[in-house]
Design a protein. Structure first.
Ligand SMILES: [Zn+2]
Length: 449
């Protein structure tokens, strides 16, 4: 395969950049499919316009060519962005039958392009599609599998679930909201789970064509899925939770494989359920069901690591937080009690950890992080409009560096801005300023974003 000449200092064609390159080529109609998997294809069809685009793009993002650089980039975003009002309206009209699926998709496409353009303009090292095609971050599994007894997901369910809540308070989920939706609610299985659609892959297939910046897609992981599984009423299908998790892992490996084959080079597992093991009400709920939290924790870490087999060269991230719904939170407690098992046990390349308030505790647990793993410090709140100062953020990074070397640290918001379509109680301008602050701080601390 003939490769284009690289600018000085660029040594490789791997990574999301590589994929973006071909996505750009496809946009101009010069090539079909992914030539990386079609040995012998040449650049015969490339136009001057494409070559010019390649050069600009390689120069702009050349430092991110190596996978190791993608794994150690100093900025990150957890995933979701505030849904624009126009997108929410389109969703409501779709649910009312006034807009068809194609009409909704067109609005999603347009708003995703705008969200990507915003992230690129700010200089973030990685972009997402804001999860604009999801009602809730957990749709990466719940909307993709069949086998649960469930009803249709609708935005009004999310609105009713968080109705009456107060910002920065514990969110006590309205459990009696119907219809019930997989992973949003604790549901039984009525048959063995099977993958019906790979929504994250559909998301990436569009996202990869509208950006030259490495694009990340997130999937909710086995721990959360197992915590939202009514195993007591599923024994005919899954005699044990281990049997259930075997199917979850197989399905998620298939989803990751699809993403990697499509060129995605950074995949994040969303694992907010791990903080249940330090939150007393959550621990009580497990014990009341007769579960041993230690057994749950070990089983979940093992399941998360099994999925890593499917990542190949793609960078693996895993995000932990304490809940994020309409500026409310769901759990509290420092990482200390589980840090040794969790931080030393998870074999992901990047740990994205909530660290914006005292609910997350101190940085001491970072001493258990594996060598070579980068901890992305979630220091910037997505729940309140107040903007963190660069000096305060730098002080906190210095503090963290007492327990983990600076070259193993990075910075991001503490969670998404909109874990579901309702979103947090801040404005799009607040969101933009928060993301700007992440980039500004990274440039001052590490000299790059
Ligand atoms: Zn989160």
């Amino acid at each position: 395969m003939v490769k284009p000449a690289l600018p000085a200092g660029c040594t490789s064609h791997v990574g999301g950049l590589y994929h973006g390159h071909w996505a750009g080529a496809r946009r101009y109609g010069g090539l079909r499919g992914d030539p990386a998997r079609q040995p012998g294809k040449t650049f015969k069809g490339l136009t001057d316009a494409i070559l010019m685009e390649q050069t600009e793009w390689l120069q702009r993002a050349g430092r991110r060519l190596e996978m190791s650089e993608l794994a150690t980039m100093r900025t990150d975003v957890v995933g979701s962005l505030l849904r624009p009002e126009r997108l929410k309206q389109a969703r409501r009209r779709f649910e009312a039958g006034d807009v068809d699926a194609a009409g909704l998709r067109q609005v999603e496409d347009e708003e995703i392009r705008a969200a990507v353009a915003l992230q690129e303009s700010l200089g973030l090292g990685v972009v997402t599609d804001g999860e604009f095609r999801r009602l809730n971050f957990q749709d990466s599994f719940g909307a993709c599998v069949e086998g649960f007894r469930s009803g249709a997901a609708r935005m009004e369910i999310l609105e009713r679930q968080s109705h009456g809540g107060t910002a920065l308070r514990r969110w006590d989920v309205q459990r009696d909201v119907n219809p019930q939706v997989p992973v949003w609610h604790r549901l039984p299985a009525v048959e063995r789970l099977r993958l019906a659609r790979n929504l994250p892959l559909e998301e990436y297939r569009y996202l990869g064509t509208v950006t030259h910046t490495p694009a990340k897609v997130a999937l909710v992981g086995p721990d959360r899925i197992s915590q939202r599984f009514d195993y007591e009423n599923s024994r005919d299908i899954y005699p044990t939770v281990e049997d259930f998790l075997d199917d979850v892992v197989a399905i998620e490996k298939a989803m990751v494989t699809g993403l990697v084959e499509a060129g995605c080079r950074y995949i994040q597992i969303d694992a907010p359920g791990y903080t249940a093991y330090v939150d007393e009400p959550s621990l009580q709920a497990m014990r009341q069901r007769g579960e041993d939290p230690d057994v749950n924790l070990e089983r979940s870490i093992a399941a998360d690591n099994r999925i890593l087999d499917a990542f190949g060269e793609a960078v693996s991230g895993i995000h932990l937080c304490r809940g994020n719904q309409r500026s409310m939170w769901h759990r509290e407690g420092s990482y200390d009690a589980v840090a040794e098992r969790l931080f030393a046990g998870l074999k992901h390349r990047r740990l994205l950890l909530e660290y914006d308030t005292e609910r997350a505790g101190g940085f001491e647990p970072l001493r258990f992080v594996r060598k070579g793993t980068v901890v992305v410090l979630g220091l910037v709140s997505t729940k309140v409009p107040e903007l963190e100062s660069v000096d305060d953020l730098k002080r906190r990074i210095d503090d963290a560096a007492r327990f983990l070397p600076l070259e193993q640290l990075a910075i991001s918001p503490q969670c998404g801005f909109s874990s579901d379509a309702v979103g947090n109680l801040i404005t799009p301008d607040d969101q933009k300023r928060k993301l700007e602050r992440v980039v500004e701080t990274a440039r001052q601390v590490w000299g790059q974003a």
